[in-house]
Design a binder for this molecule. Structure first.
Ligand code: BGC
Length: 754
């Protein structure tokens, strides 16, 4: 039986859920239309989305009863433990189609760094890109968009329709085990890069998510931790990153998070899923749950559209139970229609119903790996360079390479984002016995050996390697080498956090001993995030290479030799100690243990993270607010050349600056604009940035549009800028301001857009 639409009632319901508008302060001029629909993000009103929504409406109209709960329920597509639907491609998830209505089945895969391969179950590989934090260090949305295009094209060629990518969470705590999977601690940088990667991915007739919505700040107790934060502060920080990512990327799907936010599970959180995402921003696509993140059927009314991998939850809510409620109750009936409409709107918007079932197509892994190498060098951050040892202008005669399995490859981060290059990992180091996950959660090294790359670069040099297990042996060889390169690793994974910011496995002692034995010691860091460096003053140079992906070894050798330059700036602060973080201990660490999060809390145990401590002042903003110096600040990175900045101009919210490469080598400059004070009140907020690659001697003028949202405060969903003096600093990092300008700006109050 075809069903009548109840659109009018549904939109009445949506309107009823909108928070009442707040009274407008006298001094502020509203510059945006007042109705909810007009205030929504511009892209949500585009012809493409409207046409897709209209088509979805027609399909939903024709649905038979049982067809109404087909696309709302997802299946796992990893066959352990248990089996998966026959038609599913092994991957993250699968949603059956409805042939009669031309609705295609949806195959889902992770992830943000390349199509994942799920413990070798599919007999293929992909191009693993550098970690997201390394991409964050590129400060280069155009580069990350091109990367998205490549990852999306590989996913499409492998038959996937949805890529689970676009991690837009902010790094509130660098010990978070997923720090490597997120771009940065800053909402503007994260929003722009997430949006760019999603746009690239979706250029391939494929949907990308943005995830994990929202405030998914740590892994310890991730399924039950309650993150507490005032709404305004959330809007100015984590939600702002999503807001920007959405308007740039137009993602087909949003994945809600495991954690609770202010007492409600993120996947059943009416404020997040309905008030903010739908009613305030106007998001027309669908919300899928994270895997095993749905607490109850009620999540549907809060705004969740699809229960992913439903067998992972306590019950399969979004199938028979949902249909039964819809048949008995009009509100649920309307909501079920809306859920179907939203899912199908995204399916049609990206033409998934028109893609051939087996698109095939050759994947050019070589050229993709070349590009992965470009991304890696663009994200490498030179933290220290005393005596200009890199770039190695004089080929060294005798080099000692120590540690980090540099003879075999480069480290990668683990969890659902783990991708594999051809041939699989070079080295697999087990985590331990964690049941069925033991085979996926391992320390894996991509086949790109820095040692081999250095040997290829310097065929006439003697290059020894020591794994670093015996400090005395490494020290003895360091004493007779012209140059020592120590590789230091810090492994991170989804599923657990780090206890502190030290290098594990005694590496600090190894670096200290080797650099004491040879002052020409260069440390290459393959870490997921910041670390502390007790040995720093004794080293000649430190290069932050992060987890550099499938060509990481070559990228490191290129940067050390000077064939390439380190293009990156820190996308997160390196604090001097965990004492300088808003929470010196990871919430729950002592009670739960920093272990793989399979464990459930003991009855009655409630885990709360108080994010109101820092509110929107994350990372460098927190350090500035507390007048704390970092070890290395947000935005910092050295060059092999020099840059000068002049002609800094500011008019309204438009700024420009001329950058000149005054040194002798090419390099990348990343001028950053910070709001330093507003009507005399000190603050530190990134309001604009740009990156330019310049050959020696060349100059370029860069233009910036300051994002007004970073000049404003959020009050009940409205951005509010007071009239007055705004002091804008031109910085080479968050702590180094090289020029300042003041501008007088009028009061302004609005809902969406920067
Ligand atoms: C992760 C998601 C991932 C999903 C599917 C979850 O555990 O949090 O990021 O996309 O699994 O693999």
């Amino acid at each position: 039986m075809a069903r009548k639409t109840m659109l009018k009632a549904a939109s009445r319901l949506a309107l009823a859920l909108v928070a009442a508008p707040v009274a407008m302060p006298l001094a502020a001029q509203s510059t945006e239309p007042e109705t909810n629909d007009d205030a929504k993000q511009e892209w949500t009103k585009s012809e493409e989305w409207q046409a897709a929504a209209a088509k979805a409406l027609q399909t939903v109209d024709q649905m038979e009863d049982t067809e109404r709960v087909v696309v709302t329920r997802g299946y796992r597509a990893i066959p352990f433990p248990g089996s998966i639907p026959e038609e599913a491609i092994p991957g993250a998830g699968y949603i059956p189609g409805i042939e009669r209505l031309g609705i295609p089945p949806l195959h889902e895969t992770d992830g943000p760094l390349g199509v994942t391969y799920i413990a070798g179950l599919r007999n293929d590989f992909a191009t693993p890109f550098p970690s997201s934090v390394s991409q964050g260090a590129s400060f280069d949305p155009a580069l990350i968009e091109r990367m998205g295009e490549i990852i999306g094209s590989e996913a499409r060629a492998k038959g996937f329709d949805i890529l689970l990518a676009g991690g837009a969470n902010l790094t509130r705590d660098p010990r978070n085990g997923r720090t490597f999977e997120y771009f940065s601690e800053d909402p503007l940088l994260t929003g722009k890069l997430t949006g760019a990667s999603v746009r690239g991915i979706q250029s391939n007739d494929i949907i990308s998510t943005v995830k994990h919505f929202a405030l998914n700040g740590q892994e310890t107790g991730r399924r039950f931790i309650d993150v507490q934060i005032g709404r305004d502060a959330a809007r100015e920080s984590d939600l702002l990153a999503f807001e920007i990512a959405l308007e740039i990327g137009e993602p087909g799907a949003v994945m809600c998070a495991y954690n609770k936010v202010n007492g409600q599970n993120a996947c059943a959180n009416e404020y997040l899923l309905t008030d903010v995402l739908r009613d305030s921003w106007g998001y027309p696509g669908f919300v899928m749950s994270d895997w095993g993140a749905v607490p109850s059927l009620q999540a549907a009314l809060a705004g969740l559209d699809q229960q992913s991998a439903a067998s992972l939850d306590n019950e399969v809510y979004f199938q028979d139970q949902l249909l039964a409620r819809a048949e008995a109750d009009q509100i649920w009936d309307e909501r079920l229609d809306a859920m179907n409409r939203r899912i199908l709107t995204s399916v049609y918007r990206f033409g998934l119903d028109e893609v051939p079932a087996d698109p095939g197509g050759e994947i050019d892994y070589d050229s993709h790996a070349d590009f992965a190498q470009e991304v890696a060098t663009a994200g490498m951050v030179l933290l220290r360079n005393e005596g200009d040892i890199p770039p190695l202008s004089e080929p060294p005669k005798r080099i000692l390479v120590v540690g980090g399995y540099a003879d075999a490859g480069v480290l990668s981060g683990a969890g659902s984002s783990q991708a594999h290059g051809e041939g699989g990992p070079a080295i697999i180091r087990p985590y331990g016995d964690i049941g069925p996950y033991s085979r996926v959660l391992t320390q894996q090294y991509h086949r790109s050996s820095p040692l081999k790359a250095l040997r290829a670069r310097y065929p006439d040099a003697r290059i020894d390697f020591r794994d670093g297990r015996y400090v005395s042996d490494a020290v003895a060889l360091a004493q007779v080498a012209d140059l020592v390169v120590v590789f230091a690793t810090q492994w991170m994974s989804e599923g657990f956090d780090l206890p502190d910011l030290s290098l594990p496995d005694g590496q600090d002692a190894l670096i200290a001993a080797v650099s004491a034995a040879n002052p020409r010691t260069v440390v290459v860091l393959e870490t997921g995030g910041p670390i502390v460096m007790p040995w720093l003053d004794d080293t000649a140079a430190v290069l932050q290479a992060w987890y550099p992906g499938i060509r990481g070894g070559q990228a490191i050798a290129d940067v050390l030799s000077g064939d390439a330059y380190p293009g990156g700036r820190l996308p997160l602060s390196f604090p001097r100690s965990t004492q300088d973080l808003p929470r010196p201990d990871v919430p729950g660490a002592l009670e739960l243990g920093l272990d793989f999060t399979g464990s459930e809390p003991s009855p009655g145990y409630e885990l709360v993270a108080d994010y109101d401590v820092e509110g929107a002042d994350i990372g460098y903003r927190w350090l500035a607010r507390n007048e704390l110096d970092s070890l290395f600040p947000f935005g910092f990175g050295l060059n092999y050349t020099e840059f000068s900045f002049d002609e800094f101009a500011l008019e309204g919210v438009r700024a420009s600056v001329r950058v000149t490469n005054t040194g002798e080598r090419p390099g990348a400059a990343v001028p950053q604009l910070y709001l330093l004070s507003r009507n005399g009140q000190p603050m530190r907020r990134l309001v604009g940035f740009a990156k330019t690659e310049l050959p020696a001697g060349e100059a370029r003028t860069l233009d910036f549009d300051l994002d007004r949202r970073l000049l404003a405060d959020n009050r009940d969903g409205y951005w509010i800028m007071p009239e007055g003096d705004y002091e804008i600093g031109l910085g080479t990092d968050a702590e180094t301001i090289v020029a300042r300008k003041n501008v007088r700006l009028p009061a302004r109050r609005w809902r969406n857009g920067g």
